[in-house]
Design a protein around this ligand. Structure first.
Ligand code: ADP
Length: 517
């Protein structure tokens, strides 16, 4: 190689060393490149590159050193050649045998060394590491030493750049992670979110908004007004411009056929001169339905309280004002008793809902004979409703079960009164007690109006009433079965119904039963 070629090659190496980071390599690869390029360029037999970490040098890449030494050696500042160069920042060229105690070997070597060069890699006056190479037989020249120092300086620049690159990369990763986190929060929000600009074009929509609006394609790019044509958008957005932030608006989605009702919270702000609108949409259909149900409930409870009371007062006045035969008196009084019973059940049902809602519902179990409870309930009903035929049958007698007597009595009474209520006069009502797979199962069968199959899944819901002529006639608030379900489930049991419209229904409830010898 002549002088010109050598100079070109040297420049080339410098360029390659300083350019390693543009390839986005990791630190390990950069160090390996620096060492390989330097060893090749200076025709060295070995070399190493070390980085300054917590006050000592760590060998990061080395040629001709065992993995163990590379991994575990830490060279304190001021010790050996490298430690001295790192602490003084002065590069050294050592030819021939080195006797100076200052340069005693820190790292054990097997091969002989005739010449070595060691230079600090510093950037902006700060030492980041040390680059060292050596030859076994020949020596390095002063000229080579000068160039070696430039290589070390260039390597320091490359390392610094790589460090900057890594920091920037990590910062970007963090920003991207934060962005992903924000998007995931938006995506999983329990409200639909739409972001749009002043021209009403949607720039972001979360998953729920997509589902709520039944949008097939992406919402981004579409006009928000299309989805809510009844909203006076111009007026609302004008308000936002005049700094009226966070506005509540009623939203009637175009695809809901008036069945769904949403509330929207529109927040607007200016971001780098552009007005941004964020619309958070919440489906309030259910809330409005519950509110409507509450109002209906109040009016039906008032009605249900008033009707029996009116007839009780009417009959009592009749009894007070008129002389009548004992038989007629008894008829009036039994009507008063039945109406009072209806009032009592209604009040019990309402109280139960209150207890369930305020958390004061308690079950206090004791060991009782359920067959006794059932046969007594059947006798009471038979006496009260003589036009019906009641029957009771049980798999066995003296069936002792742990239950709350008041509450289970309420369930049985509720099922029997429903059987009466939803069976036209002269119906047959049968109560059975069965023992099945570790449970006592009670069934109440009537031959009344029955329940359509599609309505069966709802009858245990609060306030639910099947709409038929009998429910309209008989009155009721739709709480009995819902409360019965709570009571039975609180006992660890279950309740269900089978029915055929026009033929009758059977209600079952099961309670855990332990056969005691
Ligand atoms: P309520 O009787 O006050 O309406 P319930 O919760 O006791 O409330 O019953 C809910 C609905 O289930 C009733 O409105 C009725 O439509 C239906 N249902 C309950 N029991 C029977 C039955 N034995 N036969 C037919 N329908 C019934």
């Amino acid at each position: 190689m002549d002088g010109k070629e050598q100079f070109a090659e040297q420049l080339n190496v410098l360029y390659r060393i300083s350019n390693v980071l543009s390839s986005g390599m990791d630190l390990d690869k950069i160090l390996e490149n620096i060492l390989n390029e330097t060893v090749d360029l200076f025709a060295a037999d070995a070399g190493s590159v070390m980085l300054l970490e917590n006050g000592s040098l760590r060998i990061c890449k080395a040629a001709k050193l065992s993995d163990d030494i590379v991994k575990n050696t830490r060279i304190p500042l001021g010790h050996g050649i490298a430690g001295t160069v790192a602490s003084t920042g002065e590069s050294v060229l050592l030819n021939g045998k080195v006797d100076s105690s200052q340069f005693s070997d820190v790292v054990e070597r097997v091969e002989s060394i005739s010449s070595s060069m060691c230079s600090a890699m510093s950037y902006n006056g700060k030492v980041v590491g040390v680059l060292t190479i050596r030859r076994a037989d020949t020596t390095f020249t002063e000229e080579q030493f000068e160039f070696f120092k430039s290589v070390a300086a260039q390597a320091a620049v490359a390392l610094e750049m790589a460090d900057l690159y890594r920091h920037e990369h990590e910062r970007l990763e963090r920003t991207n992670a934060e962005k992903r986190h924000m998007l995931s929060i938006f995506s999983h929000m329990a409200d639909g979110v739409l972001v749009f600009d002043d021209s009403f074009e949607i720039s972001f929509a979360n998953e729920l908004a997509q589902r709520m609006l039944h949008a097939w394609g992406p919402l981004e790019g579409q006009d928000v007004r299309m989805f809510f044509p009844s909203v006076p958008w111009k007026f609302i957005v004008e308000g936002a411009k005049n700094n009226e932030v966070s506005k509540e608006i009623d939203l009637l989605p175009v695809l809901s056929h008036g069945e769904e009702q949403w509330r929207g919270l529109l927040t607007s702000w200016t971001d780098e001169g552009v007005l941004v609108h964020v619309l958070v949409m919440h489906d309030v259909t259910e809330r409005i339905r519950v509110e409507r149900m509450k109002t209906e409930f109040l009016s039906s409870v008032s009605h249900e309280l008033k009707t029996p009371l009116t007839s009780i007062i009417g009959f009592l006045e009749l009894l007070m004002e008129r002389e009548m035969k004992r038989e007629r008196q008894m008829r009036c009084l039994s009507i008063c008793r039945d109406e009072s019973g209806r009032l009592l059940r209604l009040i019990e049902d309402v109280l139960m809902v209150a207890k369930l809602e305020n958390g004061s519902f308690r079950v206090s179990k004791s060991h009782n004979m359920i067959d006794v409870l059932l046969s007594e309930a059947v006798s009471n009903f038979a006496e009260r409703y003589p036009s019906y035929t009641f029957s009771y049958s049980g798999d066995c007698d003296k069936v002792g079960v742990d239950y709350d007597e008041v509450l289970i009595n309420q369930v049985v009474t509720n099922l029997l009164s429903n059987a009466v209520k939803y069976t036209p006069n002269e119906g047959r009502i049968a109560v059975r007690l069965m023992i099945r797979n570790g449970a006592v199962v009670v069934s109440v069968t009537d031959n009344g109006v029955g329940i359509p199959q599609e309505k069966l899944p709802f009858i245990f819901e609060k306030f639910y009433r099947v709409d038929n002529s009998l429910t309209r006639q008989t009155g009721g608030v739709g709480l009995g079965l819902a409360n019965s379900r709570h009571i039975v489930e609180a006992h660890g049991g279950s309740i269900w119904a089978e029915s055929e419209e026009g033929k009758g229904s059977t209600f079952f409830f099961a309670l855990p039963y332990e056969l005691k010898n």
